[in-house]
Design a protein around this ligand. Structure first.
Ligand SMILES: Cc1cc2nc3c(=O)[nH]c(=O)nc-3n(C[C@H](O)[C@H](O)[C@H](O)COP(=O)(O)OP(=O)(O)OC[C@H]3O[C@@H](n4cnc5c(N)ncnc54)[C@H](O)[C@@H]3O)c2cc1C
Length: 419
């Protein structure tokens, strides 16, 4: 059945919910996606609910006419993977108008509507003395962000609005922690908060000789106390540094977040990653592979190409488990791990092919070496995978079976499910 029937059905709820091509609003939403690869997907329309009941009404209205391949859900469009939060010629349910942040200081919970941006959340929780939410600077002590979601409010494929937490719909709560958008549209996240003053941290940049290819090294370091700790001195004081670019300071979490997202709109971007055990030799091998890949990409116009190491220490996995568990399938015996992220941005579609091929080849090379050295890891980080990768299977068969069972229970017709 044509999507125009679905659009008409939504218009019958309210014409204001439908944002059509050619309008200023449509162009504004398109421009807000982080990567050009998402921006160049042009949905038949954006559907922009501003309340949970409107989300439910939209789901009920479009379900007879649309399916998984024609519907996308967008929070704020900051994930780089093309097609995760937008769909060409389909219907993109964009949650940007779903607003509201409420703090319950007694229960130490902040409730965040799905269209809010983190900067605003920080601003609000910090205005309320010094509470702040458990985000990735805190992962080593508090687990992944999803581990700190104590309740999800979610619209299911039936249009029913339910809550998922440790007591109610616990199986769905676990599935939503890492299982992606396969179960419904989350309309509100209730996150636990904790007291946090100013932090010490920021970025330092290390410059190398042009003979090495003008490659720069950036070190992003943080401490939850407002001062440089001895343990981080070797990382903070390493030389030679580019002093003009150094941002180490004592500051608020909001300020550090603003710094991370400054000028965040990019051109074409892909992020691809693998994971390995925290083993020095394999990390050195990954850097060597990065250098070799950089040589192959040198002809790409306006290239920005980086490798990052993001640690997943055992303490993080312990926190995930102690906060009720998630879907990622990580056991403490798996850690410590390092997520090896390749980030590429470039200008021209004519370079897409070489960028994809070189990145894929680089990660395959690292994976093979990691397997040979027996330091490989199955886990793939969902935020940093590309479409040919399979993060859900990487969680292991037990977790994947759970996710499939939850999908079958809460969405028996598979409206939201990626097969
Ligand atoms: C400058 C920059 C820095 C970043 N740094 C980090 C970092 O440090 N750590 C990190 O993990 N990531 C980082 N990211 C990646 C990005 O922030 C995450 O991928 C984030 O999860 C994207 O959130 P979003 O709401 O924009 O999701 P979107 O891009 O809108 O969507 C991502 C996926 O989630 C689904 N989805 C979104 N909202 C909902 C909902 N309410 N219900 C159901 N499904 C939904 C979408 O369908 C899609 O599949 C960074 C990105 C940028 C641009």
């Amino acid at each position: 059945m044509p999507l125009s029937d679905a659009i008409e059905a939504v218009k019958r709820i309210s014409r204001d919910l439908v944002v059509l091509p050619g309008s200023e609003e449509y162009d504004g939403i398109t421009k807000s996606y982080f990567s050009e690869l998402e921006r160049e997907l042009k949905p038949a329309c954006f559907l922009t609910p501003s309340s949970v009941s409107q989300v439910a009404d939209i789901v009920k209205a479009i379900k007879p006419f649309a399916g998984r391949s024609t519907v996308a859900i967008c929070g704020s469009g900051q994930q780089a993977t093309p097609g995760v939060a937008n769909v060409h010629h389909g219907l993109t349910i964009h949650l940007r108008n779903l607003r509201g942040i409420e703090i319950d200081t007694e229960k130490k919970i902040v409730s965040v509507a799905a269209g809010e941006r983190m900067g605003k959340v920080y601003e609000t929780v910090m205005a309320c003395r010094t509470w702040c939410s458990g985000l990735s600077y805190f992962s080593y002590a508090r687990g992944f962000v999803c581990d700190n979601v104590v309740n999800y409010e979610i619209v299911l494929a039936s249009g029913e609005i339910v809550n998922a937490n440790a007591e109610t719909n616990r199986d769905l709560w676990i599935a939503l922690k890492g299982g992606g958008n396969n179960f419904g549209i989350v309309t509100r996240f209730d996150l636990s908060v904790f007291e946090q003053g100013q932090l010490w941290g920021g970025k330092i940049f290390l410059g190398y000789a042009a003979a090495l290819g003008d490659i720069m090294c950036m070190n992003d370091i943080f401490c939850l106390n407002p001062g440089k700790p001895k343990a981080l001195e070797p990382f903070a004081d390493i030389q030679p540094q580019i002093d003009q670019m150094k941002t180490l300071r004592v500051d608020s979490l909001k300020s550090f977040t603003d710094e991370a997202f400054a000028g965040a709109l990019a051109n074409r971007v892909v992020k691809m990653s693998t994971s390995v055990k925290a083993d020095t030799e394999i990390l050195e091998y990954a850097v060597k592979t990065y250098h070799a890949s950089f040589e192959k990409l040198k002809g790409v116009k306006n290239l920005l190409f980086s490798i990052s190491f993001e640690p997943v220490p055992v303490s993080l996995i312990e926190q995930s488990i102690s906060r009720g568990g998630n879907s990622l399938g990580l056991k403490t015996s798996d850690g410590p791990l390092v997520v090896v992220l390749f980030y590429t941005s470039w200008d021209s579609p004519s370079d897409d092919k070489i960028v994809y091929e070189v990145n894929k080849e680089a990660l395959e090379t690292i994976d093979s070496e990691a397997q040979r050295k027996k330091v490989s890891a199955a886990y793939r980080y969902l935020n940093y995978t590309l479409t040919h990768q399979d993060p859900i299977s990487s969680y292991g068969s037990e977790s994947k079976t759970h996710l499939q069972a939850v999908s079958a229970k809460y969405d028996p017709e598979g409206f939201f499910c990626h097969s």
